[in-house]
Design a binder for this molecule. Structure first.
Ligand code: ZN
Length: 399
């Protein structure tokens, strides 16, 4: 490890340059469905990452299918994926991945970066995940400048749709996962610079209930009320809460119109979190049973859409091996952090499920993500780039 540390010295003077690149990216809105903004950020990123060499290509995503409050499905196009492969002939290969989209829409007031009095950078996506994009870039720049370049192969995936669960990039992520030995994803670190060891799985489910409309005064008994059927179904789902590791959040409902009409359509949406695959399949069975039960009601039909898009990411033996390597590199750099579990999912869940052990919080330190108080700690940029670069370089010295 000591022989490797001098190879990282080049990064020491790079904080201002990294910060400037982050501000430039964050001042362009790249809400997942803002395709013009996503395309502009993509162009900037292509300019940055082209300097690394490697085989860069742009990959089309699959359109996202969504179900409206009218119960009908529609397709929405998403942005392109940036994919780079370098040194594919090397015996060890690492996958590096992070997203370019953010959660802030074009109408949001939060659009531009500013420095706070405490010296933090406040802005949309500064930590999640445009800071991570630049940390990843500089880690690779340091690697490519080192005398060990070419001894390890690497692959970069920058996707445009992680904030909505990567519906358009999931199949590409899964297809590339088996080609590498381990993965580093650049989501922001937890407060205090800590890292995520395991993540819950998550899925969104939509229940479309159809009944029969009728005049509420003249012919009430001929109607079949879709709203009350949905309400009972959702109440049964809410009552499944209780096991600490499985949570069901009834997040949104819609239906109905004029008050003198028995409503014939209602749509309910639920987010579910599970700790392991056993719980995941338990939930799937419960939901199928509920759908079957409510379909037996006279004049009522129920359709369920959705699935667990991010299966649980356990801290298994393969994941712990990557965690240990990163901890050793952190020790060598004088950084202190721990690995902890969290309820939130990331693309790390999908990579792990597709067989690629990974650590997904290699990005910078910051906080209050997904809020207008999102911030980045500029002093964390160089150390986190060093941590990623050293983690990769340490594999070469094992080989
Ligand atoms: Zn993120």
């Amino acid at each position: 490890m000591d022989k490797l540390l001098p190879m990282l010295g080049w990064l020491d003077q790079k904080q201002d340059e990294m910060l400037e690149a982050i501000i430039e990216l964050c001042n362009i809105n790249s809400y997942t469905t803002n395709l013009a903004g996503i395309a502009m950020v993509k162009e900037k990123l292509v300019d940055h990452f082209e300097s690394l060499g490697g085989d860069l290509s742009l990959i089309d995503t699959e359109p996202m299918t969504s179900i409206g409050d009218d119960g009908c499905s529609s397709k929405q196009p998403l942005g392109e994926i940036i994919h780079i492969v370098k040194h594919p002939e090397a015996s060890k290969k690492v996958m590096l991945c992070i997203h370019m989209d953010t959660v802030y829409s074009q109408d949001d007031e939060f659009q531009i970066c500013r420095m706070t009095e405490g010296g933090q950078l406040n802005g949309p996506g500064v930590a999640d995940a445009k800071g991570g994009l630049i940390v990843m870039l500089y880690a690779l720049k340091a690697l490519e400048r080192s005398p060990l370049t070419g001894k390890i192969g690497w692959e970069v995936i920058i996707n445009p749709d992680e904030e909505i669960g990567s519906p358009g990039s999931e199949s590409f992520i899964r297809s590339r996962a088996p080609r590498c030995d381990f993965g580093l994803l650049f989501e922001p670190a937890l407060p205090g610079g800590h890292m995520v060891s395991e993540r819950k799985g998550t899925g969104n489910f939509t229940f479309i209930v159809r009944g029969k409309s009728a005049h509420s005064g003249r012919d009430f008994s001929a109607g079949r009320n879709a709203i009350t059927a949905l309400a009972r179904l959702l109440d049964e789902i809410d009552r499944l809460n209780g096991e600490p590791d499985v949570t069901f959040n009834v997040g949104r409902i819609s239906g109905g119109g004029a008050l003198n009409m028995v409503p014939d359509l209602a749509v309910g949406r639920v987010n579910v979190r599970v700790k392991d695959l056993e719980e995941q399949s338990g939930v799937e069975i419960d939901f199928e049973d509920l759908v079957e039960k409510y379909n037996q009601l006279d004049g009522i039909s129920v359709e369920m859409h959705g699935r667990f898009t991010s299966p649980p990411k356990p801290s298994d033996e393969a994941a712990q091996k990557v965690q240990r390597r990163i901890s050793e590199c952190g020790d060598a750099l004088g950084m202190s952090f721990e690995f902890k579990g969290t309820g939130g999912a990331s693309d790390g869940n999908k990579f792990a499920d597709a067989g690629l052990p990974n650590v997904d919080t290699m990005g910078p330190c910051g906080g209050n993500i997904h809020s207008s108080n999102e911030f980045l700690i500029p002093e964390s940029l160089v150390p986190r780039a060093k941590l990623a670069a050293l983690t990769i370089l340490s594999c070469v010295s094992d080989a």
